[in-house]
Design a protein around this ligand. Structure first.
Ligand code: HBI
Ligand code: FE
Length: 294
């Protein structure tokens, strides 16, 4: 992958980061066969450790749909076979996993989403990276992202997100669309019966950020507003300073369908973005963060 192809999310990464996956034997759509035989017992043991740690947290902090879908995936014991998991997922929402070596160029990533294929890295992190790694591994992608693809409305949203990729590329506005993914797919919160719950893959696959995102005093929690999210910068190497809270997945889907993104990109691009810690005058502030050093 050339430097220009490094995905947006990594372009401003703090480290001069070469990608770690094996991109040497991909199909034309950047997919590879899942090398099931390459997983060692240590890999499966690491998966179990990650799974057990997170499910202990997820029980109290995750949206019910995440918990129910994760249970239905029955993947607690070993790194799942993507084909078998895709067979279940297809029955639920028509989505499937696309096995990939790691981060993909934005246009390739969007195209898979637009066709209800979720790109999932097949390799697992090292034990030293148990609490944090820069690129998505199989635990982040499968444990973090796949459960919500069982929810029909969120599944529809994810396809719409992918379909919107080419227009963002055409308007040279991928960083704005990437913010929507970052805040609402990776780090989204949702109000469930008056309680705030986490549903984002980034926090639910992170030992430290699951609890922090829901009940720490430090970050802001602000009612979701599409334009506000697209105007808010993010940093990829630390917990979020602001989380946006949905009332429903329908709101995220509807706003995406009802928005003409072309004019929105043109209007937002020249405007100074909000810093991750900012609270804006029009914000529906659920919690104003203390932003004390972590
Ligand atoms: N590739 N495999 C993979 N997974 C991602 O989450 C991903 C990606 N490429 C680009 C990307 N995310 C972000 O830049 C999106 O906002 C496009
Ligand atoms: Fe992710």
């Amino acid at each position: 992958m050339t430097a220009a192809e490094v995905p947006t999310a990594l372009r401003n990464a703090p480290t001069a980061h070469g990608l770690r996956g094996d991109y040497s034997n991909m199909a034309s759509d950047w997919t590879v066969q899942q090398p099931l035989a390459r997983y060692t017992e240590a890999d499966h043991a690491l998966w179990r450790t990650l799974y057990q740690r997170q499910t202990h947290l997820v029980r109290d902090y995750a949206a019910p749909v995440f918990i129910a879908s994760l249970n239905a995936m029955e993947c607690a014991e070993r790194i799942p076979d993507f084909e078998a998991l895709s067979a279940r997922l297809r029955k639920a929402t028509g989505w499937e996993l696309a096995c990939v070596p790691g981060l993909l160029p934005d246009d390739v990533f969007y195209d898979h989403l637009a066709h209800r294929r979720f790109p999932a890295s097949w390799w697992i992190r090292t034990p030293e990276e148990i609490d944090y790694l820069v690129e998505p591994d199989v635990f982040h992608d499968v444990f973090g992202h796949v459960p919500l693809l069982f929810d029909p409305v969120f599944a529809d949203y994810m396809q719409e997100y992918g379909r919107g990729g080419p227009k963002a590329i055409g308007h040279d506005a991928v960083p704005l669309l990437a913010r929507l993914y970052w805040y609402m797919v990776e780090f989204g919160l949702i109000a469930v019966d008056g309680n705030i719950k986490a549903y984002g893959a980034g926090m639910l696959s992170s030992f430290g950020e699951t609890k922090y995102s829901v009940d720490s005093e430090i970050p802001n929690r602000i009612g979701f507003d599409l334009e506000r999210v697209m105007r808010t910068r993010y940093l990829i190497d630390r917990f979020q300073s602001t989380y946006f809270v949905l009332d429903s997945f329908e709101r995220l889907f509807r706003d995406s369908i009802d928005t003409d993104f072309g004019p929105l990109y043109d209007r937002l691009k020249p405007i100074e973005p909000y810093a991750p810690t900012d609270v804006a005058p029009a914000d529906r502030v659920i919690h104003a963060g203390t932003h004390e050093a972590q």
